[in-house]
Design a protein around this ligand. Structure first.
Ligand code: AMP
Length: 219
């Protein structure tokens, strides 16, 4: 049966990185709702402006907009055998939407939770800097560029995501605790939850994650 693998964790847990690696290994497309929404926020339309200000504040975009985004993206042909969701569902209501969608698409849902302590997350997020040109990611605490503010690879200026400032980060943690954390119980109760630590080397985290996914899929 084709699968939907949901990677869930607090902001800064490394969901995107692990989702990309899982996608490369198993050949399922990675669907990042944060990336899709950041792209939609570039549009000079009422919807684009609404999404842009919601993202900058660290609040959640409405479930209605997300339902359309997910429906449209997962009905593309590359999702036929399965797909990886990074950033969706984020509310219990969105989890219900996904149950319905997965049923229609005749796919099983598996939830992978990546756990990281909050003090580590705060530094990962507020220290994150991104090259405007090539997208290389740095961190002023854990992986600083050789020259402050400039990309090691192409010398271009580094930027900070609009929602990586301390106020927005605090808001995103709050949204995670109140809206997203309850999903964990929802999936645990139905026996579809895998949990692993997101601290340490990326490759080690990934290896453990693959063992857990393969164990769950073969059950
Ligand atoms: P991320 O890149 O996953 O950290 O998402 C960045 C921002 O996009 C979040 O803080 C939300 O404002 C918005 N977002 C992403 N996914 C969702 C979702 N499933 N529901 C509501 N808002 C979302």
């Amino acid at each position: 049966m084709p699968r939907v693998i949901v990677i869930i964790g607090p902001p800064g847990a490394g969901k995107g990185t692990q989702a990309r690696l899982v996608s490369e290994k198993y050949g399922y497309p990675q669907i990042s709702t944060g990336d899709i929404l950041r792209e939609m926020a570039q549009a000079e339309t009422a919807l684009g402006h609404e999404i842009k200000s919601t993202l900058a504040s660290g609040k959640l975009v409405s479930d209605e907009i997300l339902a359309e985004v997910i429906q449209a993206r997962t009905s593309r042909s590359d999702c036929e055998n399965g797909y990886i969701l990074d950033g969706f569902p984020r509310t219990v209501n969105q989890a219900h939407q996904l149950e319905e969608l997965a049923n229609q698409q005749q796919k099983d849902v598996l939830l992978v939770r990546v756990k990281v302590h909050e003090d580590v997350l705060f530094k990962r997020l507020t220290g994150r800097r991104i090259c405007l040109k090539c997208g290389e990611i740095y961190n002023i605490y854990f992986r600083p560029p050789k020259v402050e503010g400039l990309c090691d690879l192409d010398g271009n200026a580094l930027d900070q995501r609009s929602d990586d400032n301390p106020d927005s980060v605090a808001r995103r943690f709050e949204e995670y605790r109140s809206s997203t954390a309850p999903l964990i119980e929802y999936y645990r109760n139905s026996g579809r939850l895998i949990e692993t630590s997101g601290e340490g080397q990326v490759e080690e985290i990934f290896e453990k994650l693959c063992l857990l996914i393969e164990g769950a899929v073969s059950r």
